[in-house]
Design a protein around this ligand. Sequence first.
Ligand SMILES: [Fe+2]
Length: 406
Amino acid sequence: MSELLALSSLLDSPEQARRFLRYVWPARPLHVEGDRGRWSELFELDVLTDVPTLLAQVHPGNVRVQLGDDEVTILPHTVDGHKRLTDVQRLHALALYGAGGQLYLEKLTGLPRLQAFLCALADDLGMPRPRVNCNLFAVRGGSSFTPPLHWDNGEGFVVQLCGVKRWTLADNHAVPFPSFNYDAGRPPRLDQALLFESEPQPDHTREIELTEGSVLFLPRGVWHTTTPVSDSIHLDIMLHPPTWAGVLTDIVHRLGNEDARLRAPIAATAQSPAELVAAFARVRGELIEALSGLDGADLALEGIGGMADDLVRFRRIPEADMEVAPENDGATRVRVTRNGAETVSLTVRDRDTVAVLEWIGAAGESFGLGALRAAFTTCSDDLFVRTLRFLWSAEVVEVFAQEPSS
Ligand SMILES: [Fe+2]
């Protein structure tokens, strides 16, 4: 179990963090009054709290400015692999912000402390790291361009860095855990309409004011809109926890790719309708059989639970020898032998993958994702999972699921 350092810093105490995980996450809202001073260790507060500096220094994936129904999107240029705003783009964004526009900087990068915090937060929540991103919202006090009452299809922490913002909230009794964003009063699309269990607008709302240091956790689907009481800047830490539907979709996709019979094109007009239906029943049966054999290891290899060390661990299979050796052209040859016979041989060029393979090759005892994360702080879970899945399929490592503690 992670020590919850990131969550504890964000929510003011380890007790709050534990309570959050037990009683709040992921379905209930939470408002915590805090002290912004403690955040200077977590984020680059000096950069994040000054809009001109922010526009000059951070690397946003995208910049949007909303002025009521109008929206201006500014696409940063890629320079040396990073997204940057040109001087003209910065002045444009600043002018629109000065005119009361809601400035959204999407998917911030380029701030090492913030990035490290987001990784630690993902670990605390048992989520794959790429599923935690951070936007920044800035708006001048008195701006009339407030967003409509709406809900979003992901969880998020609102971290109030500067100023005061009033949030209007309402529970969502219409669509539990919605998979789509929705503005109150808009006629739902055909594929959405049947999901509404009640009127597509809330019956009553409540208000809270976020001041400097406040944190609001907003589950997906909670109705909300905002009004800036003063100039306001907040971080929107977007969480996209995996869903059961998403995990099963990924697993079915993977199983489909691993089985030639499922990869085969459907020759619809070359068969009679009865033959086609029979073929469908056959592959469906094969898929159900494959799905019924899944266990905790498959969950871990989808990156779920952060492959928490107390859920699933990996260990080398003693009979399998893995040799990781450099080749002349800078590539690396990976050879797996079993009782002296070669079972796998391939060339790897990605240096991170080679380093992870070498680390696992040298691992003397069982290990979990935590150890890999600690050894390779800049690598993503995705790399670990891909490498582990390869080694699992190649029978170099085996997975053992421990009894989950209650
Ligand atoms: Fe929203």
